[in-house]
Design a protein. Structure first.
Length: 93
């Protein structure tokens, strides 16, 4: 029993616990959800076109484009939002 304890102690000292980095998985999930939302909005826009509701169709297309900016260009979207907030509120964000 002492040999097993010694081996486990040596192994614990030589193999430190490594922190798992989940940023890549998080970004992939957010990108996938964003693309799925864009697909849903595109289908709804097409359906609005088929029902002859142009206002609803344009709103769906604009929402899909906004979602696309946040999914594919997150830094640019953040800078745009900061600029809009600074122009409305003033000061720094």
């Amino acid at each position: 029993m002492t040999t097993l304890t010694t081996i486990l102690t040596e192994l614990a000292q030589t193999q430190p616990l490594q922190q798992v980095n989940l940023d890549g998985i998080k970004n992939a999930i957010f990108a996938l959800l964003g693309v799925l939302l864009m697909i849903v909005l595109g289908v709804r826009a097409f359906w609005s076109y088929m029902e002859d509701q142009p206002g609803k169709m344009v709103a769906q297309i604009i929402a899909a484009l906004g979602c696309g900016v946040f999914v594919f260009f997150p830094d640019t979207a953040e800078n745009i939002l900061k600029g809009v907030i600074q122009s409305i509120v003033g000061g720094t964000v």
